[in-house]
Design a protein around this ligand. Sequence first.
Ligand SMILES: [Zn+2]
Length: 154
Amino acid sequence: MEIHKTVGLLVVEKGKILLIERLNEPSIGMLALPGGHVDGGETVKEAAVREAHEEVNGVEVVGNPVHVFNHDVGENESNCPEKHKHECYVFACKVSGNIVTGSDAGKFIWLDPRDFQKYGPKITDSSQEIIRWYLDQLGKLSCMSDTISSLPGE
Ligand SMILES: [Zn+2]
C-alpha cells in the first residue's frame, strides 16, 4: 500500500490546542490540527513551515518532529481515490503573532482538553490521535512531577 508523508502541527497555548475548521475536502467542515501532505522534494520540516504559513499565520514551527505515527486513510477520507497510509510527523509550534487562518481553513478554536470528549466527533481521526498522544504525554509528565515532589528532601 502506498505511504504518503504528512505533517501535523500541534499549537498549544495556555494549555489549549489550536484546531481549524476544514473548508475543503477531505473532511470538509471537520475540525483538525493544521497540516497536510509533504510535497515532492520537500523535507518534513519544510512542509511543516509551509503548512504553518498557508493554514495559520502567526505560528512558528519549533525544532524537529516530536512524534511520528502511521494511520490508514480510507477511500472517502482523502482526495486520493485509493486507500493508502499516512506517515504523520507531528511538530510543536508556538504562537508568534495574531492567528489568521489561510484560504483553506475557516474559523479556528482553542480546544480545552476538558472539552475533548465533547468535540471528539467533530475532530478528524488523525487529529484525535495526535491530541490523545499529547494528553497522554502530559499525563506522564504530571505523574513524574508528582513523583519528584514526593521524594524526600535532603
Ligand atoms: Zn495521502
